[in-house]
Ligand binder design. Structure first.
Ligand code: ADP
Ligand code: X2W
Length: 259
């Protein structure tokens, strides 16, 4: 990552890196070495992860079906329980272990921990047990970072009564980036950026995004990513990047730049 001219992450003070489910399965020592190098150069890291693929496997194993609307999973109570056990019980500790083993002191968190993600239910009729983040406990994250500990956040929140709420990982990443006033949000996924007419775009304007959603050039899991990006850009985060597993060959989204 640090050798790539296109990502230009080295001068950033604080970045939120979101690792998608597909990427998590391919995460290797080289990726982690890149993250560590960023830290050594003075960049504060906060990691958010998804785990859509792991959730799909567990849902299937348990005979639970689910659908998505524009990339967001419609989540029954049964599915929400499986999301909780899969992300908090399996995906998060596996990632935290990989990081700790490679010299990044990491701690696993979910929305449950110290009220990290204060949630409402988004729209029960449409999405079921999906959370909408009202507030992120940024002081907890500040304290951890100041102690040299990298927060690794799974995208699970909870309702008032403790019921688990599923939240899309890209949404969590954008809310955390905004609350922590990050300089950049990096969305790492299984495609090296936004592809339109067969080509990965390097620089994209926010104004083009909505029309690509309308024409279905952007669909499914890319919709939460571009929505997260638009939210961050609108609130003043200078740039959002969508990158593939090589952490380069990226799409950079910027306010007011024309594709
Ligand atoms: N315009 C687009 N460019 C690239 N990928 C797109 C586009 N529109 C939809 N996608 C889909 O979005 C997927 C990435 O989203 P998702 O599977 O949710 O990843 P992650 O698990 O990393 O969050 C791609 O694999 C691709 O199938
Ligand atoms: C509400 C919602 O869509 N939740 C997501 C949470 C996991 C996720 O976001 O995983 P990726 O980052 O791999 O896509 C889901 O159930 O798949």
């Amino acid at each position: 990552m640090t050798t790539s001219k296109s990502t230009q992450l080295t001068a950033l003070k604080r970045i939120v890196i979101k690792l998608g489910g597909s990427m998590l399965e391919r995460l290797n020592k080289e990726h982690i070495a890149n993250f560590k190098q960023l830290q050594q150069q003075g960049t504060e890291l906060i990691i958010v992860h998804g785990g859509g693929q792991a959730i799909n496997k567990q849902l299937e194993k348990n005979g639970v079906t689910s659908t998505t609307i524009n990339g967001f999973r419609v989540t029954s109570k049964e599915a929400a329980d499986i999301v909780q056990t899969t992300l908090i019980g399996q995906v998060n500790p596996t990632l935290v272990h990989q990081l700790n083993k490679s010299g990044i002191t990491a701690i696993g968190l979910s929305g449950y921990d110290a009220n990290l993600l204060d949630c409402d239910v988004l729209d029960k009729e449409t999405y079921g047990f999906v959370g909408e983040i009202k507030e992120v406990n940024s002081s907890l994250l500040d304290t951890l970072i100041a102690s040299g500990i990298t927060p690794v956040i799974s995208c699970v929140g909870c309702a008032e009564d403790g019921t688990p709420l599923n939240i899309n990982g890209d949404t969590v990443a954008s809310k955390v980036a905004l609350a922590m006033k990050a300089d950049s949000l990096l969305l790492v996924t299984d495609t090296p950026g936004i592809k339109i007419n067969g080509e990965i775009l390097q620089l994209v304007s926010t104004s083009a995004i909505n029309s690509w959603i309308e024409t279905a050039d952007i669909y499914g899991g890319m919709i939460p990513k571009v929505s997260a990006a638009l939210d961050c850009l609108a609130a003043g985060i200078p740039s959002v990047q969508i990158v593939g597993e090589k952490l380069e060959g990226t799409t950079i989204l910027k306010q007011g730049v024309f594709a």
